[in-house]
Design a protein around this ligand. Structure first.
Ligand SMILES: Cc1cc2nc3c(=O)[nH]c(=O)nc-3n(C[C@H](O)[C@H](O)[C@H](O)COP(=O)(O)OP(=O)(O)OC[C@H]3O[C@@H](n4cnc5c(N)ncnc54)[C@H](O)[C@@H]3O)c2cc1C
Length: 556
């Protein structure tokens, strides 16, 4: 994937997509598979905003049951199955335990009823050939069994628990990138660090955009027959210069943060209610639910939900946010006894909230994806906005959006192929067999955890990463003593995956920094390897290192 600004400036595309999060990535992939000429730009790195701030769950929409939105639960269950099929290296089943307290409407019985219906809705959503991809039905656990699994949780009033399965993304940043790599393989031109400044308009029709390369400051135009605004939380600011458009997109945002801590639960995620009253709890103990989820030998804990009044470019996580979440966790689960130094990493993002009704859990239940054709009310043709509320359903949102793009171009939409087409590196029928075979095959050259890490992050495309190490065996060395990440991944990130900055490599191409600060030596190794590839001087290296360190410090 090469960064070709010249081509962007000298082509008239069928579709230009603004925003390289999961919404834009899926749209670029779908449109290019169906034969459109596509360009996509992101003002920062691909997948660096909301799409890197999720709870990493591809979920079957259990929450929708609570709101009676069965069709949405069914859609999520379907999309979860699709994700497992097209991205088997990234998306894996994981068990969740919800302890129940009390009876009837307050506890186990109502949840069991809901789960039974949920399982029925998902009956036909479990057709993988690989046994490890099968999602078992829920199980009702006795009080004793729950306490055997989690002896430290609050015992007062506990009546048992429900064990159910969902899916976890191993690496959402790389998953988003892989959709883009697939789009690129199908012909899409993708460029990071290009900001759309304004739209070009002719007779009430958007004909393209004025853009700026945020690395060099160079300004240029991009022409397109249709422009898709997939800029997530920036949607308003992008539309604002068009003035008449703003009221049609219904937007305000809530902030949610997650923290990565030492491991609290090994093989099973745990859902607990906070002590404060909240409308969005799964089983109402008076609190909002948060999840303690095992991830990469750590616990991923979140989320919070507070109204957001800043700007989407603001630093998302404050020290107060972290301390507040720690307090909530320790109050609900005193045995966790989490201290500030147990927080290895943190991140935050914005979810669209509802202006009209105040719902406790904005992300989980209330909002819906939005597709806005700006010709309908505002009379501005050639412009569509798509706003996603879930990573899980982004593929489906893209399908509907690209159907509309075809209609706007004056064609009947051809069949959408994304449901059946594996993403880059994803053509694997039986993941565990593949993992075992490849780990054995590379055993003389690579430690098992290195091959495993490569396969979980690149799927079949891991061979291309190792191709770099064929030319320089030193690139098989790990960057960090405790992490199975090798130098060849840095080289691959720069040469084949458009990494422009050290932050791209540390947080989005290799995952080196997403379980905490890997330390100065590892960061310097990465920085000097990148410098060799990109011609950075000593000053530039220091600036890049500073930017990485900034990510590890919350605002006060
Ligand atoms: C706390 C939290 C937890 C969540 N957990 C889950 C979960 O577990 N499972 C799930 O399915 N969903 C989850 N979600 C929802 C999911 O993360 C989002 O729906 C999804 O990531 C939105 O993707 P997007 O591409 O629309 O937006 P973004 O990822 O924000 O992408 C928008 C992109 O547009 C770019 N951009 C903006 N302005 C411009 C411009 N002028 N020029 C060029 N580029 C521009 C930005 O740089 C950005 O990269 C969660 C959300 C939050 C906030």
């Amino acid at each position: 994937m090469q960064r070709n600004l010249n081509k962007l400036a000298n082509t008239t595309y069928d579709l230009l997509i603004v925003g390289g999060g999961i919404t834009g990535a899926c749209a670029a992939w779908d449109a290019s598979l169906r034969g459109l000429s596509v360009a996509l730009v992101d003002k920062v790195d691909f997948g660096s905003a909301t799409s890197a701030a999720s709870g990493k769950i591809i979920h079957g929409g259990l929450r929708y049951m609570q709101y009676g939105a069965l069709h949405r639960a069914r859609e999520s269950l379907h999309e979860r199955m699709v994700f497992q099929k097209i991205a088997p290296h990234f998306v894996h089943p994981i068990p969740f335990l919800i302890p129940t307290y009390g009876h009837l409407l307050k506890g186990k019985e109502i949840l069991t009823l809901g789960m039974t219906l949920y399982d029925l809705l998902g009956l036909d959503k479990n057709n993988s050939k690989a046994p490890e991809k099968t999602i078992p039905r829920h199980r009702v656990l006795s009080r004793n069994k729950v306490l055997e699994l989690f002896p430290d949780i609050d015992r007062v009033g506990i009546t048992g628990g429900i064990l159910y399965y969902d899916c976890q993304m191993h690496n959402p940043e790389r998953l988003t990138l892989s959709f883009l790599l697939t789009a690129n393989n199908a012909g899409a031109d993708l460029v990071n660090y290009v900001k759309v400044k304004e739209f070009h308009k002719k007779d009430n029709r958007v004909t393209g955009v004025k853009a700026e390369d945020t690395i060099t400051g160079e300004k240029f135009d991009i022409q397109a027959r249709v422009v898709l605004n997939a800029s997530g939380p920036w949607m308003h600011s992008l539309l604002r210069p068009l003035k008449r458009v703003e009221p049609r997109v219904n937007l305000q945002f809530s902030k949610g943060i997650h923290i990565i801590t030492r491991s609290l639960t090994k093989n099973c995620a745990l859902a607990l209610a906070t002590k404060h009253s909240h409308a969005g709890a799964l089983v109402n103990r008076g609190g909002r639910h948060f999840f303690i989820i095992p991830w990469r030998n750590h616990s991923l804990i979140g989320t919070t939900n507070v109204p957001f009044e800043g700007r989407p470019d603001d630093k998302m996580v404050t020290e107060r946010d972290i301390l507040g979440l720690l307090q909530e966790i320790n109050a609900a689960y005193p045995a966790a006894s989490l201290k500030r130094q147990d927080v290895a990493f943190f991140y935050g993002g914005l979810y669209p909230d509802d202006i009209k009704r105040s719902v406790g859990d904005a992300y989980q239940g209330a909002r819906k994806d939005q597709i806005v054709d700006h010709s309908t009310n505002e009379g501005i043709d050639g412009l569509i906005s798509a706003l996603s509320v879930k990573y899980t359903t982004a593929r489906k949102l893209a399908q509907r959006t690209i159907n509309l793009v075809f209609r706007k171009l004056g064609y009947k939409p051809p069949e959408c192929l994304t449901e059946k087409t594996p993403i880059h590196g994803g053509k694997i029928e039986r993941f565990n067999d593949f993992l075992f075979a490849e780990t054995e095959r590379n055993a003389s050259r690579l430690k098992k955890d290195i091959t495993r890490n490569l396969i979980y992050n690149y799927g079949t495309a891991y061979a291309k990463v190792l191709g770099h190490a064929d030319k320089n065996p030193g690139w098989c060395e790990t960057i960090h003593a405790q992490l199975p990440i090798i130098n060849a991944q840095v080289i691959h990130a720069v040469r084949d995956e458009m990494a422009q900055k050290l932050t791209d490599v540390v947080f989005r191409r290799t995952g080196l920094g997403t379980v905490g600060d890997p330390g100065e030596a590892a960061l310097q190794t990465c920085a000097y390897t990148m410098a060799g590839e990109l011609g950075w001087d000593a000053q530039k290296i220091q600036r890049e290192l500073m930017e990485v360190r900034e990510v590890f410090s919350p605002s006060p």
